[in-house]
Design a protein around this ligand. Sequence first.
Ligand SMILES: *[C@@H]1O[C@H](CO)[C@@H](O)[C@H](O)[C@H]1NC(C)=O
Ligand SMILES: *[C@@H]1O[C@H](CO)[C@@H](O)[C@H](O)[C@H]1NC(C)=O
Ligand SMILES: *[C@@H]1O[C@H](CO)[C@@H](O)[C@H](O)[C@H]1NC(C)=O
Length: 536
Amino acid sequence: MHLIGALAVLAWLATASPTSQYSEHLQLTQRPNGKVGAHFSFSQVLDGTKYHALEAIAHEFGVASLDLAFTQGKAGGCKALNLDGIECTPAGLVLWAWLDNDLSPPLSSQNSSDFSSRWTGLTNALAGTFCASINQIVPTKVSAEPRESFRVDGVDPEKHWLRYATLPREITCTENLTPWAKLLPCTTKAGIASLFNGYTLFDADYHSMRVRLRKQCNSASLKCEIELHQDLIVILDPVRKNYDRSINWSLRLLFEREITGLCPLDVDGSQVTVTLPGGKNANWYGASEPVKDSTGNFVFPLELGKRVDFGLTYYDQEPVRDNIFVPTIQLHRHLTGYGRERGGFNLRLTNNDPTAPQSVTLLEVLPWYLHLYLHTLQTTTTSVSDNTRILATPNITQRYQLSIPRSRPSILEFSLALPPASTTTIHYEFDRAFIKYTEHPPDANRGFDIPPSVLTVHTEKPYRIFSEILLIALPTPDFSMPYNVITMTCTIVALYFGTVFNLIVKRLEGLERIPPKKAWWKFWMKKVDEVKEKTE
Ligand SMILES: *[C@@H]1O[C@H](CO)[C@@H](O)[C@H](O)[C@H]1NC(C)=O
Ligand SMILES: *[C@@H]1O[C@H](CO)[C@@H](O)[C@H](O)[C@H]1NC(C)=O
Ligand SMILES: *[C@@H]1O[C@H](CO)[C@@H](O)[C@H](O)[C@H]1NC(C)=O
C-alpha cells in the first residue's frame, strides 16, 4: 500500500515538476531589540498548463506586471530588516499595474475609456480574489498615471499603460490571508505555509502580504509565462509573549504551529534560515538541528513528511550597535500648519551616501480635497553634518496634474538628484476643501488618510520608498448637532408624556388619617380641631 502511494506521488511529481517550477523559503531574522522578522517567500511560474486564478486574471485584462500589497502596522521594523528586493509598504493597500497597450495604433491618453474599463475590471477581479475592497479604486478618483515612477525591467512604457492606486484605510485580516494562501500549490497543508495562523500573524507589530506578477514573453516562440511571487513579512515580538521577558522563542511560540514537512512540489528542496545579529550563536533546542552555512546563518532543511520544530535562547552581552542598518536614502513627510483651513507638507529626503549623488523621482498623489499651491513650493538642500550649510539647489524636473473636484487627484512628480551626504527639504502648502456632508466617512472627526509619497530611487535595480500616511482633518460640520436635538426633544417629550399620562391614568385619592397614638399628638390634634370649629 505504501509503495503504491509512493509511486503515485512520484508519478505526480514527474508530471508536475517540469511544468510548475515552484520554490519557497522562510527567513527568520533576530533583531537586537528582541523582535523577530519572518519573511515567507513563495515563487512559482505559471505557464498555462494548470488553472490559476491570477493567471486567468492576468490574461483577461492584459496585465504585464502587477504589484499588490496589503499592510498593517508601521514600516520601520520592516526597513530595519533590509530585505533585498522587497519594499516596505505603509499601512493599507497599494496596487500598481502595467497593462498591455499592444493595440495598433496604441491608444493615446485622450482615448482611455478602454483602459479605464480594463482597470476597473482588474480591480473588481482582484477584489473578488482577495476579499478586499479593491473595487473602491474608482478609475478616475483614486488612480494615478505616473510617468517616471514604477518603471519595471522588461516593460516598455511606450507600449504599456500604468495605473497606481492606494487605499490607506484598508484593513487587512484573515479573510484576505486565506485566499492569498490558497494561491500556493500546497496551500497551508505542507511547507512553510503550514505555519500560517491568523491569530499569531495578525498579532504582529507589522505584517505585509504581497503579490508580484511579471509576464515574461519569449519573442521567438511567442509563448508567455507568468512569474508569480508571493511574500509575507511579519515582525513578531516573542519577548512580549514570553513570561520571563528574555529572548527565548521557538516556532511553537511564534506561530503556535510547526512545519509539517516539505511541500512536494518544491523539487529543489526548501529550508528555514535563521539570522542572528552579528552572526553570533545561540542555544538551540527542539527536535530539529541547525546547520551553519557559509554566510554564518543557521539553516534547517525541510524534508518530505518530516516535522520541523526548533527553539533558541539568545543572550548578547555586547550587542553590536554598528550593524544597525541605516538605509542609503530616507524619506519622511510631516504636516505643517494648524487649523482646519490651510496646511502644508514638509518632505525630507536624505542621501546618506557620503560620495555618490543619487537620482530619484518623488511622486505625490493627493486627493482633490487638498488644493495644492504650486507657487509655495520650496526646495532647500543642506549638508547632513552641518544643517546650516545650504548646498546647490537640486535640478528639479517636475510634472503637475491639477486636480478636478470629485473626479481626479492632483499628481506631482519631481525628478531630482540628491547630492552626497545631504538632506533635501521640499515644502508646499494647500487649502483644505469644505466637502459635502454626505462625503464624510461615518466617523467624520477621525479625518482623512492621505496616501504616502513614493520615492523611486534610480539605481541599477530601481526600488521605491514609501513615506508615512498622514491623517488630515478637513473642516467638519458639527455632526453631533442632530443627535443633540433628537436627545433634547426626546427628553422633553418623555417628561411631558410622563406627567400627562400620570394625570390621566392615576386616580387621586386622599390619604387615610391614621389614628394618633401618643398623648401629645392626641392633645395637639384636639386643639387643631377646636381651632377649626371656631373659625368655621
Ligand atoms: C476611442 O476609442 C473608441 C473605441 O475604441 C472609439 O469609438 C472612439 O472614437 C475613440 N475616441 C477617440 C477620441 O479617438
Ligand atoms: C525557553 O523556553 C522553553 C519553553 O518555553 C523552556 O522550556 C526553556 O526552559 C526556556 N529556556 C530558558 C533558558 O529560559
Ligand atoms: C536639469 O535637468 C534637465 C532635464 O533633465 C536638463 O535638460 C537640464 O540641462 C538640467 N539643468 C542643469 C543646470 O543641470
